[in-house]
Design a protein around this ligand. Structure first.
Ligand SMILES: CC(C)(COP(=O)(O)OP(=O)(O)OC[C@H]1O[C@@H](n2cnc3c(N)ncnc32)[C@H](O)[C@@H]1OP(=O)(O)O)[C@@H](O)C(=O)NCCC(=O)NCCS
Length: 178
């Protein structure tokens, strides 16, 4: 399978709105995205603004996912990664996070870390992050709202430039008290 990550431009708003509206996102706040809501977010600059950019994930010529990089003007960017249901559990998420980590650190040489937060029960995303060298850094208890019950925990991960360059994952020092 040939995978490419072309940059999204606002002239492709209709394609991105269709992508977001045509699938379910069970681990996102807002499992369903309407075309109208997606268009409003794109028009507001959410996916291609001063500090945001989005890459398509294209597999054998077909748009099957997207990576939305956020807060690139800040010291610590975050990202959202979404694959079509038909293309999950095939290794594309892992490949995409390795690609985005290398791209961000190579292109934005002042950045020292990248963060990601996911819902506690999103085991696929959590495995992807660990497999890509991210360390678990936080567990925010009951921080992820739920539509149908108590809030979920939110789990924070991060990767350091120094770890990325050395190909290691330095664990957090939890025993830093006196
Ligand atoms: C989360 C997501 C990006 C993961 O990408 P993916 O291509 O499906 O994952 P991979 O095939 O690379 O699998 C990575 C690991 O997760 C495991 N995994 C995949 N799907 C799983 C599932 N449903 N349950 C448990 N483990 C799963 C794989 O076995 C693999 O584990 P291992 O290599 O450690 O043995 C993708 O499933 C997706 O887009 N989901 C919907 C959107 C979403 O939740 N995005 C995350 C937002 S924070």
């Amino acid at each position: 399978m040939t995978i490419t990550y072309p940059l999204f431009s606002r002239s492709e708003a209709a394609a991105l709105a269709s992508f977001l509206a045509s699938d379910e996102w069970p681990f996102h706040t807002g499992m369903h995205v309407t075309q109208e809501a997606a268009h409003a977010r794109i028009a507001a600059g959410e996916f291609a603004g001063e500090h945001d950019r989005t890459h398509w994930i294209v597999a054998d010529g077909e748009r099957v996912g997207m990576i939305h990089l956020q807060d690139l003007g800040d010291g610590t960017p975050l990202f959202d990664l979404r694959l079509r249901r038909s293309h999950r559990e095939k290794g594309l998420g892992t490949t995409a996070v390795k690609w985005l980590t290398a791209t961000v650190f190579n292109e934005f040489t002042h950045l020292q870390r990248i963060e990601a937060t996911t819902r506690q029960d999103n085991w696929a995303m959590r495995r992807v992050l660990v497999n890509c060298g991210f360390a678990k850094e936080a567990s925010y208890r009951q921080a992820w709202p739920s539509d149908d019950g108590p809030p979920y925990d939110s789990i924070g991960y991060g990767i350091l430039r120094s770890d990325f360059e050395r190909g290691v994952t330095t664990p957090v020092n939890w025993n830093d008290g006196p």
